[in-house]
Design a protein. Sequence first.
Length: 84
Amino acid sequence: MSRSFQTKGICAKTINFNVENGKVKDVEFVGGCPGNHAGIESLVEGMEVDDVIKRLRGITCGHRESSCPDQLAVALEEYKAENK
């Protein structure tokens, strides 16, 4: 099931993703830096949800309190909370 997460405080406006059997699939950032997003999307493809959260949570971007990787982790945390 495809999910859409509205980001806060970063360039990308939305993150679309799927989770299948506990693994992250089909991540797509809408807006922001295409090259960086392509790298994140490729690196997390097929990773366990908890591993992505552990690696990306808390990363900041310059003076911002969050970043695209951090917001993906937040989206996955929200997904986990809704699917207990």
